[in-house]
Design a protein around this ligand. Structure first.
Ligand code: GLU
Length: 334
């Protein structure tokens, strides 16, 4: 069996919250269950929003969980490589320059909607004459770049959702490079997945439509498409969205509330499945029972009370030997 390789790819624009932690833990346990590995990729191409302090705190959280990343990469160090790949796509006619401003794009969108047409980009940039392009350039406009999608259906067999079919004719050609030259997420992500030999991409279902675009980029580059799995998102018990603004707990909140790393591992690996959540003490015990296909497509409901109850069970089952040092740190000895 080929060794699988996964990646956890957070953007360092905030602290990890329980929802991101679940993606991390699912990736890690899946890699362990198949004797594979997982690497950490810091998606920091957006220099405006990325912050080193978040990269540090992500690494700290991963260490606290005792998760072993085979490699660590930062996208901000790979800009030359992304340039190479974009030039390759340009030479194949799959990446094309556009000159519309945001206001112009908005106006065209509204016009299309008012005429009952779908608000998708009409590829007007492909019809520009050389004189028009020269005019834009002499006006000082810098192009942004879109990927020319094939307007056909994309299929894949999702590790969690099963057979998927996405009709790409309903999408605008996605922008891969902004007018200031910075890269949006898809091109660096596909480039790294290729360069780092990623076999399986496991991420939240908010990325399903990106996957269709990304599959087309892999194909345009003549590369093997990895397996994809999209897990449902985590919501709060009342069904409301989990985001920092809505009060989702950060990993550091969880840590300081006394939750053990293995409690969080057990909880995140099993929540959203029909399996009961067990207080395993060791990652390999958990990994050996792990089955991705058991993840439900319904949102996973997070309850801190459940996490606390599991933590109690886990602590009760711990041997004295395993907690001896920590007890003596707080002045308790046998
Ligand atoms: N940086 C992206 C995110 O945090 C990565 C998504 C992916 O795993 O491809 O959403």
């Amino acid at each position: 069996m080929k060794k699988i390789k996964l990646r956890f790819a957070p953007s360092p624009t905030g602290n990890l919250h329980i929802g991101n932690a679940r993606t991390l833990i699912l990736n890690y346990i899946y890699s362990r269950s198949r004797s594979g590995e997982m690497l950490l990729r810091i998606d920091d191409t957006d220099s405006q929003r990325s912050d080193e302090k978040y990269t540090k705190s992500i690494i700290q959280d991963i260490e606290w969980l005792d998760i072993n990343c085979a490699e660590t990469h930062r996208q901000s160090t790979k800009i030359e490589r992304y340039k190479e790949i974009s030039e390759h796509l340009i030479s194949k006619g799959r990446l094309y320059p556009c000159y519309e401003s945001d206001e112009e794009l908005n106006r065209i969108r509204k016009l299309n909607l008012s005429r009952g047409k779908p608000p998708i980009y009409d590829r007007a940039a492909l019809q520009l004459s050389k004189a028009q392009i020269d005019n834009y350039k002499s006006d000082g406009r810098k192009p942004y770049w879109r990927f020319l999608l094939d307007h056909h259906d994309i299929f894949w067999s999702d590790l969690i959702r099963g057979h998927q079919k996405i009709d790409c004719s309903s999408f605008s050609d996605p922008v891969l490079i902004r007018a200031d030259g910075s890269y949006l997420y898809s091109l660096p992500s596909v480039t790294d997945d290729i360069d780092m030999g990623i076999t399986d991409v496991l991420r939240g279902e908010d990325h399903v439509s990106n996957t269709a675009t990304q599959i087309q980029i892999f194909q345009a580059l003549g590369e093997k498409v990895p397996n994809f799995g999209h897990h449902s998102l985590m919501v709060l018990k009342d069904g409301s969205r989990m985001s920092k603004r809505d009060g989702a707990m950060s990993l550091s909140d969880i840590r300081s509330s006394g939750i053990e790393p293995m409690t969080l591992m057990n909880y995140c690996a099993r929540i959203g499945t029909s399996d009961s959540i067990e207080p395993y003490q060791k990652i390999d015990e958990l990994a050996s029972t792990y089955d991705l296909s058991k993840l439900s497509r319904a949102p996973a409901r997070f309850g801190f009370d459940e996490l606390e109850a599991l933590n109690k069970k886990l602590l009760q089952n711990k041997s004295f030997e395993s907690v001896k040092d920590r007890l003596s740190e707080i002045g308790i000895s046998d």
